[in-house]
Design a protein around this ligand. Sequence first.
Ligand code: 3HC
Ligand code: NAI
Length: 677
Amino acid sequence: MAAVSVTVENGIARVTISSPPVNALGHAVRVGLKEAAVKIATDEAIRGAVILAEGATFPAGADIAEFPDVPEPSHGEVFDMITALDKPVVAALHGNTLGGGLELALACHYRVAAANTKLGFPEVNLGLLPGARGSQRLPRLIGAEAALGMMLTGKPIGADKAEKIGLVDETVPAGTQDDAAIAMVTALIAKDGPLPRTTEDSEWTTKDRADPDIFDRIKADYGRLFRGVIAPDAILTCVKAAVELPYEKGVEVETSEFLRLLNSDQSRALIHVFFAMRETVKVPDIPKDTPLIDVNSVGVIGAGTMGGGIAMCFANAGIAVKLVEIKPEALERGLSVIRKNYENTAKKGRMTAEDVEMRMGLITGTLEMDDLADVDLVIEAVFESMEIKEKVFTRLDAIAKDGAILASNTSFLDLNHIAAMTKRPEMVVGLHFFSPANVMPLLEVVRGDKSSDSVIATGMKLGKALRKTPVLAGVCDGFIANRLMFPYMVASQQMLLKGTPMQEIDAAMKAYGFAMGPIALLDLIGLDVITFPGDVTMTGELVKLERRGQKLNGGFYDYDEKRRSTPSPAALEVIEKVREANGIETAPALSPEEIVASLLYPVINEGAKILEEGIALRAGDIDVAAILGYNWPSYQGGPMCWADIHGLGTIISGLEAMGIEPAKLLKEKAETGSSFT
Ligand code: 3HC
Ligand code: NAI
């Protein structure tokens, strides 16, 4: 089917968009819509039109894959042609009416929406703004405040709310929107009245113009969303223009701001992340028709920090879980932590008391591993000790039914060794959750040498079912995210020893975009969790002083009752002591740029090695793992995308200056002028 087709019946043109999977407004659709607009204008038999879309959704936006070069005709030009028509045009909306799709809807004279429609401007999530007149039309239709709410948060609203605020004219049951739009256009033709256009000033324009503080107020309300990113200010500039200037002048402002954003590093990074997030599930060597294993019941061994969170993930997805412990106290503690977590969620109003009971009802505690004989999947989350894991897997092999998947949540241990404890290594896989497992969105699916295609494909599918982003990893010490970030943590400790103050290190990484710097992060994770190599022994020394971080007595920082931190005199003494014991000389404190380079270049180098060794399938997977596992700021694109933007040559010279040998792949990419992403 053509991307856009036009049929005419009873004087009404039915313009149908068909561009699967999401009807994105790529070049062919724009050309088709432009031709349709010309036909509607010039064909005397046509007295009105509806614009609708086949498949699951009205256009979900511009075709992001075209960016940053958008071939003519531009979206805005086509949309303006539709608005200018003097025959009524009604949009029939359903599904995800987002970005350019919503701009197309705004270009029509009226909008009918199926009850299941979601309407939104998610451009800000791509470092962009609604650049096809959306920033100019929406404030005229619903007012600057509501329009900015949608554009700054990027969150879509439902059809009902859209009707309430005047964004759509009529909401109808799903599936009837096309007929309803035709009925509306038929009535409009009969009425032959003036057509409303979102290019014209409105009551809202007058009202917003008379409100001198409106933009300061909105900026204060949404202040958090402006941190580190450039799109929100550009959005504000455009909406100000919509309120203060005539449409044509506002469009000039919008176009120039949109192009500035489209060619920015932040938008390049965020668009990379959009596609990378969707690509992780694609495993090139596993055929699409690989049979999946049904997972309807699950066993989790160990009800500690991870086991409890993992059990919650399954209960949240409606899958029954048996939770196995060795000691009754541990089981009781584990179950009560789970209950407390659910009850806290209920207290915040994000779950009902019935939900709590329903989910708890899906989790059965047991002290008998034999109870796992009938489950489809077992996830082991016992202490990180090979000796214990060997025993658990030997036993599990004797108990689990044929065809059951046997998974380990190990962070660092050799999955192939664990698999070798069983007579069915092809059924063994790593399912590496991040702490807290019920919250963190990353799942590393670790492929052992012998893991079968079915087991891997099921692991990836399961990740999605648990609403996580699965990333495939090979076997190595730390897999992707932990291995990648270990050099970052080590470098931060070395930096402390060389004399850069902890608060300056943390501030520089916060300014880069992390929620907290590496020293504060260590305090949060717990100083007893990571063991550092060589002469970097501060965490061990602090643990000896019973300082384990935020959870016990503070760590590098002291914390007051409001969790405000100040560098701890005890920690400063420890740093001094370790420095002296190892004969380390202090150097002048590093600048913020030097801190970022010294901490991140080693991460890039590790990422290059991870890629070179085939531990990650693609650079984008590494970026996703860092963003979802370690809160790497997505507007920096993740480590590999950031490296490409920052310059591979610069990173190589920086590594050499630090005495670190650059990875082979990094050098190759730099020498051939290519990039990771
Ligand atoms: N352009 C190009 N491809 C797109 C796309 C878009 N706008 N939206 C989705 N796709 C692709 C995805 O990459 C994916 O491809 P794949 O199957 O090859 O991996 C496929 O469509 C299906 O997407 P999802 O897996 O995300 O499907 P879901 O059903 O989970 O979600 C969705 C659907 C909510 C529409 C989600 O895809 C989405 O949020 N899309 C992006 C929406 C967006 O950001 N729109 C604004 C674009 S910018 C713009 O319009 C600028 C304008 O103002 C000028
Ligand atoms: P934990 O110490 O909180 O919990 C381990 C639990 O396993 C304890 O309750 C213990 O009683 C139980 N257990 C020990 N042997 C058992 C056996 N034979 N049968 C049944 N239960 C047994 O440990 P945590 O932090 O939950 O770690 C578990 C695993 O998850 C480790 O392999 C760890 O490396 C991994 N992991 C930990 C993360 C973290 O941040 N804590 C993150 C990701 C993975």
